[in-house]
Design a protein around this ligand. Sequence first.
Ligand code: IMP
Length: 424
Amino acid sequence: MSVTVIIGAQWGDEGKGKVVDLLSEKADIVVRVQGGANAGHTVIVGEEKYIFHLIPSGILHKKVECIIGNGVVLDPVSLLEEISVLKKLGINLNGRLHISNRAHLVMPYHKTLDQLREQHAGNGKIGTTGRGIGPAYMDKAARAGIRVVDLLKPKKLKEKIIANIEFVNKMLNGVYNAPEIEAAQIVKQYLRFDKEMDEYITDTGAYLQQALKDRKKIIMEGAQGALLDLDLGTYPYVTSSNTTAGGAATGSGIGPTKIDHVIGVAKAYTTRVGSGPLPTEFPTELGNKVRDKGGEFGATTGRPRRCGWFDAVVVRYACQMSGVDEVVITKLDILDDLDEIKICSDYRHNGKLLKYFPADLEILSEAKPVYIKLKGWKTDTSGIKHFADLPKNAKSYIKHLEKFTGTPIKIISVGAERTQTIKK
Ligand code: IMP
């Protein structure tokens, strides 16, 4: 298998970091293809916990090269912080980290606009991470964005920043009644990034074309989850990029026909951060219990995540949209104590079964999950290494998930550690 795409099959936070880290062992290159520092991919090795926001989760494998692709919106401050932490840990990045010259930059005013929009949105609040992601992609779509390649031309960079800030100040004044932004400080800060990032900047699309010719093993690491996809997710409660497998092609410069395999990562239950419908949301007490046991707090913002039963309608839809070949189930161990476990197989609306995942969020909010009830396994699974050794009821749960998602499950994670993984 030379090109594998790994995507989240729910609303993000499915545990993609661990899966990418595991599969990177046999990879040559790992590529981040979309999103930005809104992502928080956690990898735990022994006693150490690493959270990556921008740098691909494969970076801990010494031989793996990591690419930040053209589809990413890159916050240089966040990136340089991550680089500095990795260097302090003694991780060599020389010749191993490559940043696309086509990636767009997140500017300080993107964060300001993101936060102001949320503050003024009232009930329409998306619950963004406040990392400037939406406004950065807005500038990209409006053809006003500043790209990594612009860092290499100081005069033009300065002109672009000043022009953009003039426009932003009109918005700050006219729409938000907020203080204006000074261009000089931002110009000075961004003029420095060329030197600090220069050694990593390249045409990563061309680099990947060569890698394909050399038959290198490439992993494309998706961020967020399919239901947060700008086009196919629960709009408007989505992020501003394409989190489904199609985004891997446009976000890296590798054509869709070169992708051999798509893996969807899903938690054994469902979580969501921010606003928007979550049809299988737990009642409060169970929600608190699972949140605490599962450590369901945002890796980027620390916000508590909303939790619910496994929603097979969501994962089925995600698998179809991305052409998922196999699902990885994470955090099975979090359900170990439950007496009864439910799976949502379908939605009912106005008494009728819905045939499709609804585009209309009012319908999704009113939809009633149809549940299959299974007996819990009441056994600690966190030390189990082989599928055959799982309790009977846990095996049955996995088999039901395969049936309702319509996709085979080949890897099951029963803990945060690399070793807590069952390959079926
Ligand atoms: P934004 O990406 O910061 O604009 O946020 C838009 C929506 O996506 C919000 O509901 C966020 O909570 C959600 N979101 C963004 N990044 C992540 C992530 O990495 N995991 C889970 N949810 C995310």
